[in-house]
Design a protein around this ligand. Structure first.
Ligand code: FES
Length: 104
């Protein structure tokens, strides 16, 4: 089991089993407090926006061009911002902590 720690939009922390081998978004969109992921992971909607807890940022592959461009258009963009559909969850990321960013 690889745990994912999620802080919802109200600041409440949840611990769930993350789906390994698929994007973090695939776990988050099944949760009531998760993300909408309207484009289904095509990197075109930004409704899967998360903030990655600081110690984990460097453990993730860097943002690619499309992801970077979409994120920078958001008012809630931070250095910790990622599109959860672009982050593949693996066993090595067990314990990954992310916060759900606000809807825009
Ligand atoms: S689900 Fe649309 S950008 Fe991630």
């Amino acid at each position: 089991m690889a745990e994912l720690v999620i802080v919802d939009r109200y600041g409440k922390e949840h611990r769930v089993e993350g789906r390994v081998g698929v994007s973090v978004m695939e776990t988050l969109r099944d949760l009531d407090y998760g993300v909408a992921a309207i484009c289904g992971g095509m990197c075109s909607c930004a409704t899967c926006h998360i903030w990655v807890d600081e110690p984990w940022i460097a453990k993730l592959p860097a943002r690619q061009g499309d992801e970077q461009e979409l994120l920078q258009e958001l008012g809630s963009f931070k250095p910790a911002s990622r599109l959860s559909c672009q982050v593949v969850f693996t066993e090595a990321l067990a314990g990954l902590k992310v916060a759900i960013a606000p809807d825009e």
